[in-house]
Design a protein around this ligand. Sequence first.
Ligand code: 5GP
Ligand code: MG
Length: 460
Amino acid sequence: MAGPKHSCGIVGIAADADVANALYTALMVIQHRGQESAGISVFDRDTIETVKGDGLVDHAIPKDKLESLKGQIGIGHVRYATTGSKGYINSQPLVVKAAGATIGVAHNGDITNYPQLKEKYMKEGRTFLTDSDSELILKLIAKHRVSQGGPVEAIRAAMGELDGAYALVILINDRLFAVRDPYGFRPLCIGKVGGGYMVVSESTAIDAFRGELVRDLLPGEICEITKTGFKSYPMEGSHPHARCMFEWVYFARPDSVIDGIEVYQVRKNIGKILAREHYVEADLVMPIPDSGRAHAIGYALEAGIPYEEGFMKNRFVGRTFILPEQKLREAAVSNKMIPIKGTVAGKRIVIVDDSIVRGTTLKILVSMLRDAGATEVHVRIGSPPIIAPCYYGVDMKSRDQFVATKLSIDGIRKLIGADSLGYISIDGLVEAIGMPADELCLACTNGKYPTRIDGEEYRF
Ligand code: 5GP
Ligand code: MG
């Protein structure tokens, strides 16, 4: 699909004091959702002021510029790093002047009918500055504001055209709106924080302010957030839901609660179920830090095998997953993770990670463990084999990238050099999350897509 992927983090705050610093803090807390760019927009008197840039929050938003942002209502964004989607033009929030208003938007997700809609509007003579589906969202809202009158009606009309994944925070002059797409792919919740209200991708950001999580937005819901509360415009009628399972498995922070379900608890459940589905006798259970940690704890508890930290991770090395070449990825994994010899030498080890995509990480780590003297290495994985691309915002784009589309499970075991390999089953994963399977998006593991995508199987 054209354009950058947008599994990002978003936040909006309305308060009785300047919000730029609070937005900055919230973005720091959800930094794991995106490290490529960051930005903040606030409404100040009669316009929207924005500071944004490349890199981590503290790099993208310099302190002196942050101090220049005045205003009691605003939005912020961190963008997920993916290959080939760099550049200031793609960083958010995006802001445009429209008839009678300045409109800003920050978006998490991917619009699946973006190419069709963009082509349609270009034929009608509209122009676009970017390859970003977020720009399309912004322009649809601006367009419908002219014909529909009120902002809620305009957002509703834009939603009627859009398909796919979108969690949004929108500034229309001095009014803040939040939107969750009708499938509920990406998380978005509202909290009460000192002096106002916050809407944010993950509840951990509300906790960071010692605030109170009020609730998640419902799929398809629009909320207007003010410093004293929020007004809900729920979706009429029923619509299928498809919450991304990968939020619980890998993407979200363990201390977040999504749709009432704590991420840490789900990961521990996954580990427990893995221990039941793929028990093996061993001396110790180890996580691949940090993503496999909670899964490994669950496995150790259920299997009755001691838990140990056997890899040290260099925290200052960024994500290796997104490097453009296999050689670079392999070198980066080798530099990032070092085994603790005293823990692993002479031991039969179970290592637990959240997922296998290309197999890069495990191939290297298993061989490192053997070099460090491990006698057996058993690999357990907290998601079912990834066999189909994600069109909804997670950076798993093409089938030929996935080792599980090319090799059998035993073939993957051989490739990574493990003594045994076990993935959690799809049923086991659904049980671990604790939500009915038809409320979840499992497309990357079963190839059944909740929205219509050319060449892919439609779920309904
Ligand atoms: P692999 O090394 O098999 O290609 O990728 C799996 C590893 O990459 C896991 O340890 C996982 O935590 C990490 N990872 C980092 N970013 C992503 C991502 O966007 N998607 C997935 N599935 N894994 C990722
Ligand atoms: Mg990992």
